[in-house]
Design a binder for this molecule. Structure first.
Ligand code: ADP
Length: 226
């Protein structure tokens, strides 16, 4: 048995294309984390075509960020009455304005983040990965043509829906998302690294999918619990 205490409430950071969404999905499936993914919450709102979805549709298509207040509204709704024991945040906080929002959510919804994990990947490696990415429009599961293909080509393993390329995975939008990430990420990572030096961990995201997963499990204290 490991003496490390396993993470129960973690945030995963990383540039678009670093692989954090697939990593989060696998951690969810293997260790029972409930995923809280702002990108997916936003895309679901767009699919529903509700007021909030209509407000963010254009922003998402162009690779720009949704307003902080709206992100808070979505997350506050998502976490209301939640009874999940293990949460994994993917895609939040993404601006310095969202940093205090996380604290507020921790207080309102009674949980404490115990791990801040940065999946580190270069700009070029991330761009190369994003071009092969595919997503299930109905359940949000993510695939990659090379790194994580579905069992049947073009079909979601989970619900059989036809896989799509995300509209924001076009070359120009991919570059814009990288630019937006580079504008915001530095101060956010520096903040958590300075404020919580023992809770802040970096994983090398440029290894094979298998090795990234092994290193992640190790830093989350999960390596011996399966
Ligand atoms: P990626 O990390 O690969 O860009 P996501 O699914 O996390 O993919 O996000 C998709 C899009 O949703 C982002 O480009 C942005 O427009 C929007 N988005 C996601 N999370 C946030 C957030 N916390 N704040 C503002 N916008 C967000």
């Amino acid at each position: 048995m490991s003496s490390t205490v396993a993470a129960t409430h973690a945030v995963i950071f990383g540039r678009p294309g670093c692989g954090k969404s697939s990593l989060a999905e696998r951690l969810g499936a293997d260790y029972g984390y409930s995923l809280v993914r702002t990108g997916e919450l936003l895309r679901a709102a767009v699919r529903r075509g509700d007021d909030l979805g209509r407000r963010v549709e254009g922003l998402l298509k162009s690779g720009n960020l949704a307003p902080d207040e709206l992100i808070f509204e979505l997350l506050d709704g998502r976490l209301k009455n939640h009874h999940e024991e293990k949460l994994l945040f993917d895609g939040f906080p993404r601006t310095m304005g969202q940093v205090p929002q996380l604290k507020q959510l921790e207080n309102h919804h009674h949980f404490t983040i115990d791990t801040y994990l940065d999946v580190s990947v270069s700009h070029d490696a991330a761009v190369a990965r994003m071009t092969g990415r595919r997503i299930c429009p109905s359940c949000g599961a993510t695939y990659h043509l090379l790194a994580k293909p579905p069992v049947s080509t073009g079909i979601c393993d989970i619900d059989g829906a036809k896989l799509e390329q995300r509209r924001d995975d076009s070359p120009a939008v991919i570059e814009q998302r990288q630019r937006v990430y580079e504008q915001h990420a530095g101060p956010i990572l520096a903040h958590y690294q300075t404020t919580y030096p023992t809770l802040f961990k970096i994983v090398n995201g440029e290894q094979s999918v298998h090795d990234v997963y092994l290193e992640t499990k190790q830093v989350l204290g999960l390596s011996f619990s399966l």
